[in-house]
Design a protein around this ligand. Structure first.
Ligand SMILES: [Zn+2]
Length: 308
């Protein structure tokens, strides 16, 4: 009996906490300035390989501007990239057509762009007896007034959408830009250094948001991770998943995460920043700003390469 108790105690001490995360990819088919169709196919294949290996029920948010030519015709090769996500059993959501900033355009302009952003998606999903269910705000900009924000929410509900929040926000796009620059310069050593630094940064980010969750929600909530569909994540998502698994995360669909009551928390945030929903809840409750000090930063040398 003593031995069993000891074994149980050891198991408890060594098992990582049980955690859950929904993984979301923005700017599909491929974020940033990856232009050639071959490169876009390679990014898509890399992401889907790692997603499949780790059985991540990910959701991708589409910008249809990427699919269309000047006359508004969709490129079948780009549509094929989206079909590959659906063939892999993954969900697709709306991220607007042209990635407008709700803080710089009128609500009418924004909603027109949002609807333009489902002209390919809706039929693509309808062919599989599905419809888009989730909307992700570009830049996580949700409106400079509660009135605009609530009007958009009502519009989204009318069109069958729920807002896709983010709790683990990060600067993956800065690393991605630096990574692409290194790859274009055929500097594989530097690209590898950037990827390694990115993985280190992401573990610091995830750790920080675990602490933020406890500080703000009083416990570790099921999280929503924002990533972008880019070459860096195609190259590193396998290792990123291994890191998350090592921290005790299991991968769950976005809809499941949102069933946690914390996602019904009061939110009256109407500030300029595109921030984590954890921080929106904290600001709504007027928690002291010291609560969210110490966010991990992107190393200066990475920022410098990204700026070139
Ligand atoms: Zn985006």
């Amino acid at each position: 009996m003593i031995q069993l108790a000891l074994l149980l105690a050891l198991a408890t001490a060594q098992d990582p906490p049980r955690r859950a995360v929904a993984v979301t990819f923005d700017d599909l088919p491929v974020a940033g300035r990856t232009v050639s169709i071959a490169a876009r196919e390679s990014v898509t294949a890399g992401l889907l390989r790692a997603i499949g290996k780790h059985r991540v029920p990910a959701i991708g948010f589409v910008n249809e501007m990427q699919l269309e030519d000047a006359a508004g015709r969709a490129d079948p090769r780009q549509l094929a990239l989206l079909r590959r996500w659906l063939d892999a059993g993954l969900e697709l959501g709306n991220h607007t057509w042209g990635h407008p900033d709700l803080h710089r355009v009128t609500l009418a302009e924004f909603t027109a762009d949002l609807l333009r952003g489902e002209r390919q998606l809706r039929p693509l999903l309808a062919a599989r007896q599905q419809a888009p269910r989730f909307f992700r705000h570009p830049f996580l900009h949700t409106g400079r007034s509660v009135a605009v924000r609530d009007s958009l929410h009502a519009f989204l509900a009318t069109h069958g959408y729920r807002v896709a929040p983010v709790t683990i926000d990060n600067s993956d796009y800065v690393f991605a830009s630096a990574y692409l620059a290194a790859r274009e310069a055929r500097d594989t050593a530097q690209a590898a250094r950037i990827a390694a630094e990115y993985l280190d940064y992401m573990e610091r980010v995830v750790t920080w948001y675990e602490g933020q969750s406890v500080a703000i929600a009083g416990r570790e909530i099921p999280q929503v991770l924002l990533l972008h569909a880019n070459a860096l994540n195609a190259a590193t998502f396998d290792r990123l998943c291994a890191m998350l698994r090592g921290r005790g995360y299991r991968f769950v669909p976005l809809a499941d995460v949102l069933e946690d009551p914390v996602y019904q928390s009061p939110d009256t945030y109407a500030g300029p920043a595109g921030i984590s929903w954890l921080h929106r809840w904290a600001l709504t409750r007027q928690m002291p700003t010291t609560t969210y000090a110490g966010e991990p930063e992107v190393a200066g040398w990475v920022q410098e390469i990204a700026r070139r």
